[in-house]
Design a protein around this ligand. Structure first.
Ligand code: 5GP
Ligand code: MG
Ligand code: MG
Length: 183
């Protein structure tokens, strides 16, 4: 199966690869300006943020390091439970570091608000968030996202790292999954 074939499982494409890269470049320019002379630690949240991290880190023209966390926020079903478990923790000591959390999407906001509190409690000098996508209508808690990419409708999206049952992460575009796929 080629990735162009799995695009047939989308009812619509929200953002093409080109649009995603343009947005990431825009955010990288802001971060370069805000973090000039510092050495931010980019914290990617596995697995959804893998693509954003890879493109964002390479787009940045300032020194930066990368680390990864894996958390589980979903109970049963497709809604965040608010109960977050760390499946894989960071390797880095956060003391005095300027941390930028790199995330694929904010839905309810529960995962990120928990993560923000958790990382701030580890002695970081600062903790900010870059989320590529955000669903404003789905917010259960308000999260202060310094760098926000696209605001999207309250629909389940896949591609560019985002999965449905572990599939579609390798799509280059981001789109809305067609109902025939999950019904
Ligand atoms: P939140 O805690 O903000 O509700 O959601 C956290 C996680 O749920 C996201 O990091 C992402 O992994 C997953 N998620 C939320 N909305 C979507 C969506 O529309 N599509 C996919 N594939 N995952 C989502
Ligand atoms: Mg995520
Ligand atoms: Mg997922």
């Amino acid at each position: 199966m080629e990735t162009s074939d799995i695009e047939g499982d989308l009812s619509s494409i929200l953002y093409t690869e080109e649009q995603i890269h343009a947005k990431i470049a825009e955010v990288a320019r802001l971060v370069e300006r805000d973090y000039a002379g510092r050495d931010p630690l980019l914290v990617g949240v596995l697995k959804g943020a893998v693509m954003v991290m890879a493109d964002f880190a390479r787009e940045l023209r300032i020194p930066a390091t990368m680390d990864w966390m894996a958390v589980s926020s979903y109970g049963s079903g497709t809604k965040s439970s608010g109960v977050v478990r760390i499946l894989k923790d960071l390797d880095s000591d956060l003391h005095g570091r300027d941390v930028i959390i790199v995330e694929d999407i904010i839905d309810s906001g529960l995962t990120l608000s928990w993560l923000l509190g958790n990382l701030r409690g580890r002695g970081a000098a600062s903790v900010e968030i870059f989320a590529l996508l955000r669903k404003p209508e789905a917010a259960t808690v308000e999260v202060d996202v310094k760098y926000a990419g696209f605001e999207i409708p309250n629909e389940f999206v896949v591609g560019y790292g985002l999965d449905f049952d572990e599939r579609y992460r390798n799509l280059r575009a981001i789109g809305i999954l067609a109902p025939h796929v999950y019904s």
